[in-house]
Design a protein around this ligand. Sequence first.
Ligand code: IDP
Ligand code: MG
Length: 156
Amino acid sequence: MEKTLIILKPSTIQRALIGQVIDRFQKKGLTVAGCKMMQLDEQILREHYAHLVDRPFFPSLLRSMQATPVIVMALAGKDVVAVVRAMTGATNSRAAAPGTIRGDFGMSGQENIIHASDSVENAEIELRRFFKPEEIFDYEPLTISAIYSPDELASA
Ligand code: IDP
Ligand code: MG
């Protein structure tokens, strides 16, 4: 099954929204394949946000992502990378559509609740960045046959 990385950002920890955010993914039918809390350091953030290191807001983003520990999660499901990005919404929470996580829970471009991998290729890289192989689990929940049709499962 395809997997993606999400990070519950420090503002989500501070605002006690962990449960509500995870609840959305579970209700959608996605499987939690990995989950842990960690304190991010500057080195991993410079790697993870390499496309942004030259932007003026980067120092602020670094501080924000280190304000508290974060929760990193691996989610599994058919087409999960695209599904989770759609559920996440636009980067700026004020522009994110209602019904998306950022659209429903945030008011900021920086403090935008979660990170979600933006492509299958990046999901693989990012999962390796934040998890050891043995921290990601391949198991099938008992509900799986009520979530997908047999042909969807066979091609997942
Ligand atoms: P994404 O999280 O929607 O994939 P990216 O462009 O990859 O968006 O940016 C990574 C993170 O950097 C964002 O989630 C947000 O926290 C922060 N960020 C992006 N653009 C801005 C900005 O213009 N101002 C402040 N923070 C920003
Ligand atoms: Mg991004």
